[in-house]
Design a protein around this ligand. Structure first.
Ligand code: ZID
Length: 229
């Protein structure tokens, strides 16, 4: 069977969860990466059976998540984490959640993966038009929503089996004007799509890994509700 790592699962409403279910139904082993501040509530809800109805697979069995890894994809390595984040109580409760450390942990635990899914995005100023977006807000959107995919691939490719596949989720606001998708999120998706082509070329040549992005339709996830979609 294949083993999949899905980054960006913190409840049962988003694309990450739905993709995990499809992969589980197809026989894959499921590992997820959960944003550190959301980790506690996700693990607790899962343990208490809050997601049991949404865990049901087409054959009637429940999706098993073999392991949940804490992850903050805006940090590549421990040295990059500012002191105030390190000491923040939502972060200090877990460890090894930078991209590099997370990949190392997965490698230690399982050796390799076949499928990498990037189902995460964050734009702190998404509700502001681009004209009113600050430099920090713009760069934060790109860091969490675009570079995070470059970083995930960079660190996970060494543990991906040749012939493996990776996927991210984009949005058509990269190509067309969608008012309300601000804060540099349209820019972030344009970068993500361009990077997907370049990364497909590089990872395909070097490592026989496929790199794709799916332009998603509307889904009432936590992220979509937050922007009023
Ligand atoms: P989600 O809230 O389930 O997933 C986002 C996840 O990212 C959450 O679990 C966060 O905890 C996590 N996260 C945020 N920051 C970080 C970080 N620094 N490190 C690690 N994890 C982090 O929402 P989702 O399922 O909507 O989002 C998954 C992907 O789908 C994102 O890339 C979205 O941009 C993308 N997507 C979603 C939709 C949608 O409708 N939900 C659309 C297009 C793309 C879309 O917005 N018409 C209107 C809107 C849309 C499509 C059509």
């Amino acid at each position: 069977g294949k083993r999949a790592f899905i980054a960006g699962v913190a409840d049962d409403n988003g694309y990450g969860w739905a993709i995990a279910k499809s992969l589980a139904a197809a026989g894959a082993e499921i590992l997820v990466g959960t944003w550190v501040p959301a980790l506690n509530i996700f693990e607790t809800s899962l343990r208490r059976g809050k997601f049991d109805e949404s865990r049901v697979l087409p054959d009637g069995s429940l999706m098993e998540i073999t392991k949940i890894y804490p992850l903050d994809a805006i940090y590549d390595k421990l040295e990059d984490v500012p002191e105030d984040v390190k000491s923040n109580k939502r972060y200090s409760g877990s460890s090894k959640w930078t991209v590099q450390e997370c990949a190392e942990s997965v490698k230690q635990d399982f050796g390799s993966i076949d499928i990498l899914v990037h189902s995460l995005a964050n734009g702190p100023e998404v509700s502001k038009p681009l004209l009113e977006t600050s430099r920090n807000g713009y760069l934060a959107a790109l860091s969490a929503s675009s570079y995070s995919y470059v970083s995930l691939l960079k660190h996970f490719i060494p543990l991906m089996n040749p012939g493996g596949s990776s996927l991210s989720l984009t949005y058509i606001a990269s190509e067309r004007i969608i008012p309300g998708y601000g804060g540099g999120m349209s820019s972030a998706k344009a970068a993500l799509e361009s990077d997907t082509r370049v990364l497909a070329f590089e990872a395909g040549r070097k490592h026989r890994i496929r790199v794709n992005a799916i332009s998603a339709g509307p889904l009432r996830s936590r992220a979509a509700k937050a922007i009023g979609f």
